[in-house]
Design a protein around this ligand. Structure first.
Ligand SMILES: Cc1cc2nc3c(=O)[nH]c(=O)nc-3n(C[C@H](O)[C@H](O)[C@H](O)COP(=O)(O)O)c2cc1C
Length: 363
């Protein structure tokens, strides 16, 4: 199975890369993700002119989400330029290096010329400047002035109007978008201690992991539909090979993952890559490029039929009846769900939630 993806002159042997964060915080970690995990490209942790002063604790995890108040790299740009990047680049092989940088036009004037010789491409965090379109345009123009390499502006979910964001960055010379950064501000509370569980100076944390995947997919889709010539790197909630395929279908050319391996073990990178060929085959795709060419169709209609129970699959658990928001399902004497056609709203919740796929819903 051909997992190659190509964009803006970069060739990745597979579409999976780490997203910027602690897992790519120095040369040793990046080398592990490249040579042991087998990622198709490596993104380095965001470097800025000043090193970050990070509060502790700064990372909280639950089943499906990570909450963090980590900032950009805790190391100086000089440590990256003199130690981590030379060491990494010497051993990186043919795996492209995308260096993440932040944040202002003034930061870019300094960072891009100094980092350019190490980078195959740049990713630019707009976390603190992206809501101001004029500042955003200035950042993009400044980067283009200092490099011929491809660069991707990373959109944070609190930045409004992703399509407008994409238009501005395209008009000013960026190659594409990384979508999305962590979501927030959000809050985690420790009731026992009457405190926040972790917090930045304002009391908040940023949320990531599987819980944000639908928002990330929608942002990727919105940007690709609005500006098809831009490359989109999809990030947010990826946890398995099927998620990778979903992002490619939504319009991404490559996919970043960070929180899921922090919740479920760092071997997840290798597992996703091991599973990807089988998963592509299972869904009838011939290659990663084949998925990208496919595109997505909409399914919702205004003439859906009444759901139908496949009795042989029903385990009589009654979940459908308990969950139905329209009070339209009753369990009959054989403990099989029966649908009241007057009350049933054809919403589809019962079919999507049935643990045994015993409800068929034609639309
Ligand atoms: C602990 C932590 C640190 C992060 N640091 C950065 C960073 O330095 N720069 C950046 O652009 N994004 C950073 N992110 C955001 C991730 O790169 C990614 O966009 C986000 O977590 C969504 O992907 P995920 O759900 O796979 O984690 C960080 C996320 C986490 C959880």
């Amino acid at each position: 199975m051909d997992l190659t993806t190509k964009f803006d002159g970069l060739v990745l042997k597979n579409p999976l890369m780490p997203a910027a964060g602690p897992l790519v915080g120095d040369a040793e970690k990046m080398l592990w993700l490249n040579h042991v995990a087998g990622c198709g490209a490596i993104v380095a942790k965001t470097i800025s002119v000043e090193m970050a002063h990070i509060p502790h604790p700064c990372i909280i995890g639950d089943n499906n989400a990570i909450y963090n108040c980590e900032l950009w790299t805790e190391y100086s740009k000089d440590k990256w330029i003199n130690e981590f990047l030379p060491e990494y680049v010497a051993k990186k092989g043919d795996c492209p290096l995308i260096i993440s940088v932040g944040y202002t036009k003034e930061d870019m004037e300094i960072l891009i010329p100094e980092l350019d010789k190490f980078a195959d491409a740049f990713e630019v965090s707009c976390h603190y400047v992206g809501t101001d379109r004029e500042k955003l345009a200035e950042v993009v123009k400044t980067i283009r002035k200092h490099t011929k390499k491809p660069f991707y502006m990373k959109i944070s979910p609190h930045i409004p109007d992703p399509a407008g964001f994409a238009r501005v960055i395209k008009e000013n010379g960026a190659n594409g978008v990384v979508a999305i950064n962590s979501l927030g501000p959000s809050m985690v509370i420790d009731v026992e201690n009457r405190t926040m569980a972790a917090n930045n100076d304002k009391g908040f944390v940023w949320m990531s992991g599987p819980v944000i995947k639908p928002l990330a997919l929608a942002t990727v889709y919105t940007i690709k539909q609005a500006e098809p010539s831009l490359t989109v790197i999809g990030v947010g909630g990826v946890a398995n090979a099927k998620d990778v395929i979903e992002f490619l279908l939504a319009g991404a050319s490559a996919v970043g993952m960070l929180s899921a391996p922090m919740l479920r073990g760092k071997e997840l990178y290798k597992k996703v890559l091991d599973d990807l060929p089988k998963e592509l085959e299972k869904y009838g795709f011939k290659s990663v490029e084949d998925v990208m060419k496919t595109g997505l169709k909409k399914v919702t209609t205004y003439e859906a039929e009444l759901p139908r129970v496949k009795e042989e699959k029903c385990t009589h658990c009654g979940m459908c009846a308990r969950n139905c928001p329209y009070f339209a399902i009753d369990m009959n004497e054989k403990k099989i769900p029966e649908f009241n056609s007057d009350k049933c709203f054809r919403c589809g919740l019962c079919a999507s939630k049935c643990p045994n796929k015993a409800i068929e819903f034609k639309h």
